[in-house]
Ligand binder design. Structure first.
Ligand SMILES: *[C@@H]1O[C@H](CO)[C@@H](O)[C@H](O)[C@H]1NC(C)=O
Ligand SMILES: *[C@@H]1O[C@H](CO)[C@@H](O)[C@H](O)[C@H]1NC(C)=O
Ligand SMILES: *[C@@H]1O[C@H](CO)[C@@H](O)[C@H](O)[C@H]1NC(C)=O
Ligand SMILES: *[C@@H]1O[C@H](CO)[C@@H](O)[C@H](O)[C@H]1NC(C)=O
Ligand SMILES: *[C@@H]1O[C@H](CO)[C@@H](O)[C@H](O)[C@H]1NC(C)=O
Ligand SMILES: *[C@@H]1O[C@H](CO)[C@@H](O)[C@H](O)[C@H]1NC(C)=O
Ligand SMILES: *[C@@H]1O[C@H](CO)[C@@H](O)[C@H](O)[C@H]1NC(C)=O
Ligand SMILES: CC(=O)N[C@H]1CO[C@H](CO)[C@@H](O)[C@@H]1O
Length: 506
């Protein structure tokens, strides 16, 4: 095999400032795993926001909301297909004001409009069977794995005395949608009940009653012979007491997945956002939440944990940060961190729409985080390994068993803008053979060394769509395994070690 060594000359000429270098040893505990993810860990969302959803004097949704999205767009379908298969979650703030025009019960299903009185600034909206058919058509032709967020406010009344929504969830409209879905043989992997209604909106005990009603509907509509969909709930910012009461009251085998939402970067207009996404001390603050969610679901063994929605920065993300290269420091670090805390799925807000889309809102062209997600999905397997190192905190290191291949894959993120790293990998079993198979390395850097670029380079070449609007091939460089892994400042590297002896991956 011909082993190509990455040209240091090329790398250094790109980075005249890169003079500092540090030797680091990354240690992988390879005997047992510390957590497992789902096969479709990477997930992205589609949301309902109309084009006149605006934040901070800009309206970044364009035609990317579900009422307007061009579901026939070729880049959209190619981007989803490239995952074979991408998990997609449909939901968001407006899901609890969407009515389904399916069956006979709904007489009044109106087009969503801006409204001062409406929740989140909009009236109710209407999902027609035609639109649902089109959404499923996209799912079907791309092989996406779909989670659909149901309206959980329908039928309740707001009580100003209690400052809460009271009364039971009205099940009929959801049942009609699900019945139609089953009758057509449509594939929906999971049904989620409600979006961010915990705490001040609906009590945990009421919610438990409603999710139990949803379980009964699914038991009835899905025959025993067909694949049972999962129930996800409640899709809120995590609150220990609320989640605990909710899972306790709904009882065994009702809620398959406890979903929670993460916006740990604060508001999208924070001028400090650019620093937060590259600050390891800041990024670590959210670990405690992941740990608490992991602990909570351990008490309810029929339930697992997902991040059901996370855009990082709320109110549609940051205009000059969330769609650019630098956001991958935050995003890939979150994927690494949530995996370690035994989360099965991480849904990125959004696949398209807002400033935080994996795809550009207007052109559909993949942003850097799209390629980060795709590389993770293709390379990182289910089994998560304990990974530590003795270097700067600006180096973040994660490793999993490789996906569908032997050995392990490391994710190394160098958040330092000034220090290069020479990384050696140690197996604490000391079984890693010296001078074995070539390492497969995927180096990600920003175009023109501008971390706020919308273009990412893989091993020095820009990632751009092919002439046929397909996702380009993502090929590694093969590197002599006797040399350390060389990581330039502000870069991200996936490294596959095919002959790394890891009993946990056998
Ligand atoms: C139909 O719904 C709209 C918005 O939800 C509401 O303003 C209107 O009064 C309703 N009309 C009827 C006849 O119920
Ligand atoms: C697409 O639809 C057909 C016909 O209903 C079905 O047989 C097939 O399994 C579907 N494929 C996916 C990926 O959902
Ligand atoms: C909500 O209010 C309407 C009108 O006052 C009433 O008909 C309905 O029964 C109430 N629903 C619940 C769940 O209390
Ligand atoms: C499911 O059960 C219903 C009766 O409860 C039956 O009419 C229907 O044909 C069954 N569907 C499948 C796919 O077996
Ligand atoms: C989308 O692409 C256009 C054209 O390249 C660019 O001006 C815009 O900033 C991008 N928007 C987002 C949200 O990525
Ligand atoms: C990869 O492995 C998963 C199980 O972990 C399996 O479902 C999938 O079919 C495999 N894919 C390929 C391309 O072998
Ligand atoms: C590195 O980051 C620091 C803090 O954000 C900044 O002050 C400095 O100018 C950056 N250096 C380079 C070479 O970009
Ligand atoms: C040790 C080190 O390299 N520190 C730098 C890491 O990068 C940040 C910003 O990217 C700098 O502020 C540190 O000086």
């Amino acid at each position: 095999m011909v082993v190509r060594i990455i040209s240091l000359v090329l790398v250094i000429s790109n980075l005249s400032l890169c003079l500092l270098a540090e030797d680091v040893t990354v240690k992988v505990q390879s005997v047992t795993n510390i957590a497992t993810t789902d096969d479709n860990f990477v997930c992205a969302t589609l949301d309902w926001w109309p084009s006149n959803k605006c934040d901070y004097n800009q309206c970044p949704w364009g035609k990317a909301g579900l009422f307007n999205l061009d579901l026939e767009n070729k880049i959209l379908s190619n981007s989803i297909k490239a995952f074979n298969s991408l998990r997609i979650r449909i939901g968001g703030s407006l899901q609890d004001q969407i009515i389904y025009k399916i069956g006979n019960a709904i007489k009044n299903c109106t087009h969503m409009k801006r409204s001062r009185d409406g929740s989140h600034g909009f009236t109710e909206g209407c999902l027609t069977t035609e639109r649902w058919d089109q959404i499923i058509d996209l799912q079907n032709k791309t092989g996406a794995v779909l989670a659909f967020g149901l309206n959980a406010l329908i039928g309740r009344n707001y009580s100003s005395d209690d400052d809460q929504y009271v009364g039971d969830w009205y099940t009929r409209n959801a049942r009609d949608l699900i019945e139609y879905t089953v009758s057509k043989g449509y594939s929906v992997d999971s049904w989620e009940l409600g979006n961010e209604l915990c705490g001040s909106m609906v009590t945990a005990k009421q919610y438990a009653k409603d999710v139990t009603a949803l379980r009964k509907i699914l038991d009835k509509l899905y025959n025993k012979s067909t694949v049972q969909p999962k129930i996800l709930a409640p899709g809120c910012i995590y609150d220990e007491d609320w989640y605990h009461t909710f899972l306790q009251s709904s009882g065994p085998n009702v809620v398959d997945v406890a979903t929670h939402h993460i916006y740990n970067l604060g508001p999208g207009d924070d001028p400090d956002l650019i620093h937060k996404v590259q600050d390891p001390l800041y990024l670590d603050q959210v670990a405690q939440t992941y740990k608490e969610v992991e602990t909570t679901v351990t008490s309810f063994p029929w339930t697992s944990a997902w991040v059901g929605e996370s855009g990082g920065a709320y109110n549609s993300g940051g205009k000059t940060v969330s769609h650019t290269y630098v956001n991958s420091f935050w995003y890939l670090d979150q994927l690494g961190m949530t995996s370690k805390f035994n989360h099965k799925v991480f849904c990125r807000q959004t696949l398209i729409g807002g400033n935080y889309g994996l795809l550009n809102t207007t052109t559909f062209v993949p942003n850097p985080d799209y390629y980060s997600a795709l590389l993770w999905h293709r390379l990182m397997g289910k089994n998560v390994l304990s990974t530590t190192h003795n270097g700067t905190p600006y180096l973040r290191a994660y490793s999993h068993c490789s996906k569908n291949k032997t050995g392990i894959t490391l994710l190394l993120i160098n958040m330092s803008n000034s220090t290069s790293l020479h990384v050696s990998v140690a197996n604490h079993l000391n079984l890693h053979p010296k001078g074995g198979k070539a390492r497969e390395e995927y180096h990600l850097t920003p175009k023109d060394n501008n971390v706020q670029s919308d273009v990412m380079l893989l091993n020095g070449s820009p990632l751009v769509l092919t002439k046929t609007l397909d996702i380009p091939a993502l090929n590694p460089v093969l590197v002599d395994p006797s040399s350390p892994i060389y990581i330039v400042p502000d870069s991200i590297v996936f490294v596959a070690l095919r002959d790394f002896q890891a009993p946990a991956c056998a």
